[in-house]
Ligand binder design. Structure first.
Ligand SMILES: O=C[C@H](O)[C@H](O)[C@H](O)COP(=O)(O)O
Length: 220
């Protein structure tokens, strides 16, 4: 199986975690696109979806899946999303597609985070994938200096604007020995909207697809 087939296998396994009648939190990315396509096949038994990006909203809409606003909802039973890296404690780096802020917001409202990945995303220590940081445009030079002081090498994602109208700095070479601490530290830099470490709210379930099948792992 190639990487896209593995992503699809993980994504379709997540349909088992969709409760009847529920509103589902939906992430962003190539793995989630397969999940949305799968969700379309069972759309008659869900109430709708809350989306984490304009791209996912468009795909959900194209399938005729009802879109709901997070402002109208107090709780979601499940949030399904991919990751760029995930470690043994189910902390993740996300935001390769630039959707990290809305993803973190929707995930915060969900009781259960189901992460769907191909096996290449599993790492011992986070940080080989550059950490995306969403930044208010006027703060970009200030934030870049602060990230450099933390030991990182920030690079502006050229020609990219987030769904929120902001910029992304991709930070290379960070040593992420304590993901929760670094997530908090970076979020405290003035001008940062949020960063792609999902450690304080990590995944609860990991569906990891490899050639031998989809492994289902639960945190703890
Ligand atoms: O902003 C994008 C998201 O965090 C994605 O979930 C992440 O980048 C993984 O994407 P993909 O499923 O395309 O590998």
């Amino acid at each position: 199986m190639n990487q896209d087939e593995l992503k699809k296998a993980a994504a379709l396994a997540a349909l088992d975690y969709v409760p009847d009648g529920a509103i589902i939190g939906v992430g962003t990315g190539s793995t989630v696109n397969h999940f949305i396509d799968g969700l379309a096949t069972i759309k008659s038994r869900i109430a709708g979806a809350v989306s984490s990006s304009e791209a996912s909203s468009a795909r959900l809409r194209a399938h005729g899946i009802a879109l709901l606003a997070l402002t109208d909802i107090d709780e979601l039973p499940v949030y399904v999303d991919g990751a760029d890296e995930i470690d043994g404690g189910f902390a993740m780096i996300k935001g390769g597609g630039g959707a990290l802020t809305r993803e973190k917001i929707v995930a915060a409202v969900a009781r259960r985070f189901v992460c769907i990945c191909d096996a290449s995303k599993r790492v011992a220590t986070l940080g080989r994938f550059p950490l995306p940081v969403e930044v208010i445009p006027m703060a970009v030079r200030h934030v870049a200096r602060e990230l450099t002081a933390l030991g990182g090498r920030p690079q502006l994602r050229e020609g990219f604007v987030t769904d929120n109208g902001n910029l992304i700095l991709d930070v290379h070479d960070l040593v992420i020995s304590d993901p929760q601490a670094l997530e908090s530290t970076i979020n405290q830099i003035t001008g940062v909207v949020t960063n792609g470490l999902f450690a304080r709210r990590g995944a609860d379930v990991l569906l990891l697809a490899a050639a031998g099948g989809v492994e289902r792992l639960e945190r703890y």
